[in-house]
Structures are given as C-alpha cells and as structure tokens.
Design a protein around this ligand. Structure first.
Ligand SMILES: *[C@@H]1O[C@H](CO)[C@@H](O)[C@H](O)[C@H]1NC(C)=O
Ligand SMILES: *[C@@H]1O[C@H](CO)[C@@H](O)[C@H](O)[C@H]1NC(C)=O
Ligand SMILES: *[C@@H]1O[C@H](CO)[C@@H](O)[C@H](O)[C@H]1NC(C)=O
Ligand SMILES: *[C@@H]1O[C@H](CO)[C@@H](O)[C@H](O)[C@H]1NC(C)=O
Ligand SMILES: *[C@@H]1O[C@H](CO)[C@@H](O)[C@H](O)[C@H]1NC(C)=O
Length: 192
C-alpha cells in the first residue's frame, strides 16, 4: 500500500504536468481579451471567436514560425509588400475555406520574441493594424500562434468574409482539445 504522502506527491506531479501541457494557449485568449478591451474603449462590439479563422491562423503561424522577427516582418511590414504564400489555397482548403468566404476578412501576422503579452497587444493596437481593429465591419476573430509568431484574422458577418464554409463546420480545430483530454485521461489512469 502506498502511503498517503506518496499519493499526495503523485497528485502534485500530476497537476504540475498538466500545467506544462498547454491545452489552449493563453497568449491567444489574452490577446483576444486585449483586443476586445480596445474595441470596448472605442464603443465597438466585441469580436467573437471564429473556429475556421482560428484554424487558418494556426496554419499561417506554422508557416511563419521559422522566420526571424525583424523590423520588416509582422506588424512592421510595409502594406502591399507582404510575402505571398504559394500554398495559401492549400491552407484554406485544410480549414474547409476558400477565397469566396475569406475575401473580406483580414489576416494580421505579428512577430514578437517570446510573445510577450504587452508587446503582442501593442503590435496590433498601436500599428497599421489598429485601423482594421477599430473597423465596425469586423465581428469575429481567429487567433493562432507558433513560437514567436501570432496571427489574428478578423472576419465579417457578410458571406464573403464570414470564414464559414457552406457545408459542415470543420473538426480540425477540435483535434487539439481531443489530444488534451486524452492526455489528461491517460495521465490520470497511470497515476491512480
Ligand atoms: C463611448 O460611449 C460613451 C457613452 O455613450 C461616450 O461617453 C464616449 O465618449 C464614447 N467613446 C468613444 C471613443 O466614442
Ligand atoms: C531596419 O533595420 C535595418 C538594419 O538594422 C535598417 O537599415 C533599416 O533602416 C530599418 N528599417 C526601419 C524601417 O526601421
Ligand atoms: C468555394 O466553395 C463553394 C462551396 O463549396 C463553391 O460553391 C465555390 O465555387 C468555391 N469558390 C471558389 C473560388 O473555389
Ligand atoms: C512589436 O513587437 C516588436 C518586437 O518584435 C517590438 O520591437 C515593437 O516595438 C512592437 N511594436 C509595437 C507597435 O508595439
Ligand atoms: C480608426 O482609427 C483611425 C486612426 O486612428 C481613425 O482615423 C478612425 O476614425 C478610426 N475609426 C473608428 C471607426 O473609430
């Protein structure tokens, strides 16, 4: 029989292990809250989470992640000089999207070392992106991050920017959650 102390030790390590596995990156939630406070200060409606936009933002962040932050990347990019991704249509397809339902949305990548909270927020609210963030036509947002890159996609309520596919909603964005739940379950089974 294990002593109560051993149980306690195992419980503590179980809990700390779960803290290490990021189930939902807080950078993304923190940023959404920050962006919504910014919009609130301008008397604009809050942005609601858009799952497909989030999926695309994750895919894009994954494409950007190996690029270093410079004074000409992310929020510092001179408008019109953005690097075009040749596999963009594939990324859209992965998220069950196509140009017809994403055209009116806007993709805003930012590169901030270690995604430092306050710098991440100001890279959106105090850069060229602020003009889009204070636009009433945007109603939703999807945020994805990978290493130093964080991508915000704003969506509209019109069909051309809804990021909502014509058919069923995508399951892709739930896969992370499923892994996370599985991890919890397996660690719980191993320990108790
Ligand atoms: C927001 O609305 C409040 C109350 O209606 C008003 O006092 C304030 O000036 C508005 N702020 C902006 C930025 O429009
Ligand atoms: C970016 O950095 C390069 C090299 O450090 C410098 O020459 C250039 O002027 C900078 N550009 C801006 C817009 O700050
Ligand atoms: C986007 O998808 C819809 C529905 O699947 C389709 O009707 C439309 O032709 C597609 N548009 C493009 C540009 O592929
Ligand atoms: C954006 O983040 C960079 C770090 O990559 C920082 O140097 C810069 O000051 C930030 N820009 C704004 C407007 O906050
Ligand atoms: C958004 O910000 C820009 C620049 O700060 C300003 O000119 C514009 O009036 C703002 N629009 C709204 C709807 O607040």
């Amino acid at each position: 029989m294990a002593s109560p102390w051993l149980h306690l030790l195992l419980l503590v390590s179980f809990l700390s292990m779960n803290l290490l596995v990021k189930c939902d990156t807080d950078e993304e939630d923190t940023l959404l809250q920050g962006l919504n406070s910014y919009r609130e200060s301008l008397n604009l409606t809050s942005l609601t989470k858009n799952k497909n936009a989030e999926c695309l933002a994750d895919e894009l962040a994954d494409q950007f992640k190996n690029q270093p932050c410079t004074n000409s990347t992310g929020a510092n990019t001179v408008p019109g000089t953005e690097k075009q991704l040749s596999n963009y249509p594939d990324l859209l397809a992965k998220c069950h999207l196509n140009v017809s339902n994403t055209r009116d949305g806007i993709v805003m990548p930012a590169c901030v070392p270690n995604l430092e909270h306050s710098l991440v927020l100001s890279n959106f609210t105090k850069s060229q992106y602020s003009d889009s963030l204070n636009d009433t036509k945007y109603k939703g947002a999807g945020i994805g991050s990978e290493d130093n890159w964080i991508v915000v996609i704003l969506t509209t309520s019109t069909p051309a920017g809804s990021y909502v596919p014509y058919n069923a909603a995508s399951l892709i964005s739930n896969i992370g959650l499923i892994y996370c739940l599985l991890f919890w379950l397996i660690s719980a089974l191993l320990i108790f």
